[in-house]
Design a binder for this molecule. Structure first.
Ligand code: BES
Ligand code: ZN
Ligand code: ZN
Length: 519
């Protein structure tokens, strides 16, 4: 066997193939198809240079009379997380990417608070798909690696890119499971990943494209296919005024863009009358800070200050696509936070829907204001649990960085459900405190019932924000997820490219799925 199969560049690639399983990107051009295959190989730590192919890789190796394993031997050890491309091994697959997986027995890791096997598969498969994408392969078959859902997630999350507004776009890639990969689990992974990619799309889009109105229309369009199982209400400014949502309006009034209160009802419960799960997301489509203006460096990032609304709405869309047997109501107060002659001024006092008065000492602490009214409204639906998600505080990023979403919960049961879900998805959560200590810092206001910032300013900023929100909660099962730290990805999560992360959409979906199936 010669080394001729290992080449740096693909030579001539065939044009055949018509039958597609799943289109990763709908604007796929089909004229010139270049096919690739991602296969897994287990690294054996004890014996240097010894490897074990996955079931699918073994099957493929048999088809090519052992060519693959021979090439792997010749080309040397493949370390965990690395990939290597072989060319011309099989006529149907001009490019085959082998990806190195960790020990199959790794499983749930208590120290890391995730399932290492699943996480490893996501990483490896995404690395393989990306390497093929860079080689301009436009259709990839993927080894399920023993967990087709994780493999599909790795493939679709790894291939996502936001190039809608560029003239020169990377070629789109379609993916499908290879060989015996279990199709149901694969399809579930596709839907989970597509959910997160929808949130990424909304978060990455510039604020002049995703205004409150455009956000609501995008979600309405995505939900249109689910017929009467879904009801979408785009509440206008007049409705918001009628509701007495003075805290929400105090934020939106500095902007020329009208606010929208988006209300989604997904009715999937087999027993129609079931109490709903309430998901509430902060939807500030641009946060300039208002009169308490933010510094200009990195202000562009604040186009993603609707990440709470994006992940919550994407979770509702995904629940509908999965046909989860559960009722979910998604709420998203959507507006811009801008400075103008009409904007709220530091020291102004506003009244929330429940009648509580709030002294707004810092107009940049606007998320808690819009959520205060949304939480009051959420309680009118007799919820079984209320989960709100928000890019709420820079302090959350200081505390945990991008390792995990901070969860402030008044319910051990709800915390445990969220934690369990995050172990499966690898999009982690970490519990944070809701002490009275913090409550005292937001209830001590000179002019009103509450102050929108803690009296010791920066100290415990994520905790005082959570304590503020709790003043608008009566449900015994409530959790506030501060996602400011996980909003963006540089290179920390290897299967997400640099950009807005769409986290923790999959954890919300997994949580809802477990609730739906009574797990
Ligand atoms: N949207 C920001 C929080 C944020 C910061 C999200 C960085 C993502 C990345 C929020 O509205 C805000 O500005 N919060 C202030 C609160 C402060 C004024 C009490 C903050 O964190 O500085
Ligand atoms: Zn702000
Ligand atoms: Zn904000």
């Amino acid at each position: 066997m010669s080394n001729m199969f290992i080449m740096r560049r693909a030579a001539v690639l065939p044009l055949s193939r018509t039958n597609f399983c799943r289109t990763f990107c709908s604007s796929q051009s089909l004229q010139m198809e270049r096919k690739g295959l991602v296969l897994g190989v287990f690294e054996k730590k004890e014996e240097e240079g010894i490897f074990r192919l996955t079931e699918a890789a073994e099957g493929f190796d048999r088809k090519v009379s052992g060519k693959l394993s021979e090439l792997l031997k010749i080309s040397g050890v493949l370390k965990k997380g690395k990939s290597r491309v072989f060319y011309g091994v099989h006529k149907d697959f001009p490019c085959v990417a082998l990806v190195a997986l960790d020990d199959v027995t790794a499983g749930v890791c208590r120290a890391e608070n995730w399932d290492s096997t699943k996480e490893n598969i996501r990483q490896a498969v995404s690395a393989g798909c990306r390497v093929l994408q860079d080689l301009e392969v436009n259709h990839v078959e993927v080894d399920g690696c023993g967990d087709p859902q994780a493999a599909a997630e790795g493939a679709l999350l790894g291939l996502f890119q936001y190039d809608q507004l560029k003239s020169k776009k990377k070629p789109k890639v379609t993916v499908q499971p290879h060989a015996s990969a279990e199709v149901t689990a694969w399809e579930r992974g596709v839907l989970y990943a597509e959910g997160q990619n929808l949130a990424r799309l909304l978060m990455e889009a510039p604020a002049n494209h995703i205004t409150p109105t455009a956000f609501a229309e995008t979600i309405e369009e995505r939900l249109a296919q689910y017929g009467d199982r879904v009801v979408v209400q785009k509440r206008s400014q007049a409705w918001i005024e009628e509701q007495g949502m003075g805290a929400f309006l105090s934020v939106s009034k500095g902007s020329e863009e009208p606010p929208v209160f988006l209300e989604l009802h997904y009715n999937g419960a087999l027993d129609g009358a079931q109490d709903p799960l309430l998901l509430v997301g902060k939807g500030v489509t641009f946060d300039s800070g208002g009169i308490s203006l933010k510094p200009s460096a990195s202000m562009d990032m604040m186009r993603a200050d609707m990440g709470g609304a994006a992940t919550v709405c994407a979770a509702v869309v995904t629940a509908a696509s999965l046909k989860l047997p559960i009722n979910i109501i998604g709420l998203a107060p959507l507006c811009e936070n801008m400075p103008s002659g009409k904007a709220t001024k530091p020291g102004d006092v506003v009244t929330a829907k429940n009648g509580k008065t709030i002294q707004v000492d810092n107009t940049d602490a606007e998320g808690r204001l819009i959520l205060a009214d949304a939480l009051c409204y959420a309680h009118t639906f007799n919820p079984r649990a209320v989960v709100n998600v928000a890019t709420l505080t820079g302090a959350m990023d200081v505390a945990l960085g991008s390792a995990a979403t901070g969860v402030f919960a008044n319910s051990d049961w709800l915390w445990e459900q969220l934690h369990k879900a995050s172990m499966v998805t690898g999009d982690r959560v970490w519990r944070m405190p809701l002490f009275q200590h913090y409550t005292r810092q937001v209830t001590d206001s000179q002019l009103a019932d509450l102050n929108n910032i803690g009296k010791y300013s920066r100290s415990g900023g994520a905790c005082t924000a959570a304590a503020f929100l709790r003043e608008f909660v009566t449900s015994p099962h409530w959790a506030h997820l501060d996602i400011a730290g996980v909003m963006t990805n540089k290179d920390e999560i290897p299967y997400l490219k640099k950009g807005m992360s769409g986290r923790p959409t999959r954890t919300l979906v997994e949580f809802a799925a477990a609730l739906a199936h009574n797990k």
